[in-house]
Design a protein around this ligand. Sequence first.
Ligand SMILES: Cc1ncc(COP(=O)(O)O)c(C=O)c1O
Length: 383
Amino acid sequence: MSAGAEHASRGDAMNSWHDGTRVVHAGLLPKAQGTPYLPGPTFAAPYHASGDPADSAFTYGRFHNPTWQRYEAALEALEGGPSVLFPSGMAASAAVLATVLRPGDTLVMPSESYYTTRLIATDYFAAHGVNVVMAPTANNAQRELLKGAKLLWLESPTNPELDVCDIALLCAAAHQAGALVAVDNTTATALGQRPLALGADFAVMSDTKAMTGHADVVLGHVAARDVAWAETIRTYRTRMGSIPGPMEVWMAHRSLGTLAVRLERQCASAQIIATMLASHGKVQRVRYPGLVSDASHATAAKQMTLFGPVIGFELADRASVERFFATSQLVFEATSFGGIHTSAERRARWGADAVGEGYVRLSIGLEDVRDLLNDFAVALAAV
Ligand SMILES: Cc1ncc(COP(=O)(O)O)c(C=O)c1O
């Protein structure tokens, strides 16, 4: 079989494989004698390209890169639509906002979405004539604001409150109103929730989090349902120069192979830890979409295949949280989530989210859950 035919037949097979297989094989080179599975990163600014540029597969490093193409092919296999890489999650979010919105358009977004997304909407897009309106995620409140909207931005579960909206319901309502829909899928990941299959036009992701999972890469991507939109976003990337480094992209692709096993373990442990926290006397409240008692559970169960590694819980006050961090041996105090190391932060320390002084955003890693339970028992006893 030729390499091309072999690639096509594995491409067809990819559609029938389960997620655990897809993440291992997606985007690898076709099988060919003496070649690696995943070649190393290509570091190139110009490529040899004489004569007509159309005769050269690669010409210049801002336009294209084979390392990007392989990871983008892998993401397409997971997301169900062509994917475009960016150097961070925020660069990916900005690309959707900048390509869809024009002065006079209306953007509807969650009032408690990731705070930098709110900041770029208000500080840049509103400042350039976009009408930005916000409503809470819970109870699908954005539905009331869709009349005349150009873009509905969703984030589910939200960071840091872990509220969930009904993505399919809101996509249907937005499309009826003539609006496009983008979903920030960072907390759920491309394995835990499929926004494009639920009707969204764009799935936006910070690959910095669980997608890469090793706390060593900042990266993002946009997946589009429509090929023409993916091309528009790719052209924006080329012209704006918002391009990722090949090394980071290669590291992301290598990390993808373990995504399913990482997430399965992280989510199973998160369920155990959330259940423990929910019955602990020192914990005032817990947010985790996997808890049957959580307000978001019924909707989350409809649209998520994994409930994610992120939990929210509330202690009495700031001093209690500081005591918890000072005592814990395993929880890194840090401002990211989704990685192999359990980490957490007192979210109110940034002053950007409407959460209590004792609210902790916790991300469960790959440690043995028995050690995590012991560590939490000691740290909570010290509170
Ligand atoms: C939900 C969400 N979206 C987007 C981002 C931005 O991602 P990045 O830091 O990769 O730019 C973050 C970062 O924390 C996030 O939590």
